[in-house]
Write a protein that binds this ligand. Sequence first.
Ligand code: MOS
Length: 755
Amino acid sequence: MPETHGAQASPNLRYGSNAGQPLTRRDGYLKVTGRATYAADNHPEGMLYAVCAVSTIARGRVAHLDVEAAKAHPHVVEVITSANRPPLAGDPEAKGSLFAFRLEALQNDRVRYANQPIALVVAETLEAATEGAALLKPHYEVEPPRLGLDVERFVPETVGVGSPPSIAHGDVEAGLSAAPLSIDATYETPSQYHNAMEPYAIVASWDGDRLTLDTPNQAPYMARAAYAGFFGVPPENVLIRTPFIGGGFGSKAILAGPHILCALAARMTARPVKLALTRAQMFGPVGHRGQTRQRVRLGMETDGRLAAISHHAIAATSSFDDFIEPSAGASRMLYASPAIAITHEAVRNDIGTPGPMRAPGLASGSAALEVAIDEAAEACGMDPLDFRLANYAEVEPITGKPYSSKALRECYAKGATTFGWSGRPRAPRQMRDEDGFLVGWGMGTAVFHCPMFAAEARAALGGDGTATVETSAIDMGQGALTALAQIAADSLGLDIDQVTLRFGGSHLPDGGVAGGSGHTATAGSAIDAAGRNAVARLAELATADRDSPLFGAGNVGVVVRAGRLHRKDDESRSESYADILARAHLAEIDGWGKGARDPATVGDHALQAHGAVFAEVKVDPDLGQVRATRLIGAFAAGRIINPRLVLSQLYGGMIWGASFALHEGSSIDRRTGRIMNADLGEYHVPVNADVPLLEALLVNEDDAFVNSLGIKGVGEISITGTVGAIANAVWHATGVRVRKFPVRIETIMAPTAGA
Ligand code: MOS
């Protein structure tokens, strides 16, 4: 662990020249010219190709594999099965920390889900490895798979990543039975798969007991520790390089069986090995969003105030590990009520283990809650926005903590005005467009937490007046490299063009986890502290040097501007960074910084980002086809470092919300447990033609408590309000309540629809 330098107080920085600017992506040019390299672009000397053979059954055991046939293929080098797989230092069945899941690394012949790796074939060419895998022709002892939510339930120890499965506040049952108005509805969300543009790829090379991996990873230090455990080497011996990621969405925050098998194959063959999963193989071993069924019961007073909220979720997990989609947690974050109960149960299915996926818990949970709120508003005869305002949480529900900042009211107002919400008729089926399509308007509230992980960074000011900042920051398309460089430049008193950000691997200081919408806050805080410390050390040099115009000013007596230190008492007396270093005969001076949540800064505040999403849909009255035609979202998420990239994130989330509401979901064959749409032809994600007119609006929010930079994060929030907004717009168009996602034509056209 490096020491933290810069004991003296930091000089007074003037922010604003870089952060806040809508800069284009620094990596954009590399990407559009094809020069950004992804894991599968690596071809080290002597590299072999591995192909996973995966199970075609969901439960049972592998009775026979024709290893001889595969080995007889002239270019096949090695076939790894549970029969010859060498021992690992770490147990794949052991439950690891935070994002380490139990995984399948050929520890036995059991099959626990379809698409589970059952062998790895390593060959001189990809074609030979593929052919070798086909030659294995597995025979199975098949057991009937356990699928769906109507199997035995249990109460999990935790949901999500360490949250309690149930929270109770007030007497919910009493509140529900006493309330003059109520709704009681059950909602279903399907399992969904991350489907990043870039499938998993791993290129593994061993040099003695040192392992180098080129692989996309959202949390390289956590992954490094996990690999080290599996292979019995110190973590420093594992190097993970992950310069660019073609979409992660949570799936690339966890280590899966194929990673271990690829590194194992490289060790067994003493050659570098590349393993790239096919699109179909992404449906199983690398996580997904778990299927849920959620019952929401709301009790209302006649004036629309919520007397009680009960949110019960059942989620599917695998037979061998627990990740429980924390859906009901949405109800602890959104609306005020004297009685709130959230409860979770889980079922075991013969499926791959679910994991965190883009707005874990809140995407699925707020989908249910936001529709329930719309149903409750209707039951009260109220406009959905008025109903939400009547139940506005001035303090965090349940805990009663004040918010560090909360501009949700402004989001409602700005979104509603821009959308034209006040013109909305209350009853459904009132609007048609010129082509006769039913038109509906709906809304939803967006919410997300503001987590921070732990990170550190190093900033070095060079004698030429430029700086290099290092942290293992991850850009998976969200724009971190640009936003973090903006923070770096401000912390160093430089222009962004003078700052080089070195990123993307475990050879750099631990940049934490690119997840939870917390990367800019976390890595940004580390970078900010590092930059300030580097400048503080430079100021120490200058103010102690009799030859400097800054002599005697003391650190707090200088200000920083454009690569120069100025005396506060006489700003005309200044010296450039380059001159200070030159006189000290130093090539550079550096500072280290850490980023982590600071309880002293947060105090007793609740931390959340908020937003309001308004949707328009059009529905063909004869065919039941639904199109989202307009989405307007207003969001308040603390300080915005780069508005251009933030809008891009918010658009991405809104499109994802439309996808959740109208397109996405895996279909499982109930006889075999196989996913029937494990490809991008049948697993529907929006194409451009599906994307409605989008507008994201930023609502200003100054937050003095969330962290020293005032950043909340924007990666995931805009999925959350959008799903409900679209579902509610479908009701408003058709009179058919959406209680099952995605919305399907057969739901809209059911005989009772609109009745
Ligand atoms: Mo994510 S599910 O924050 O990578």
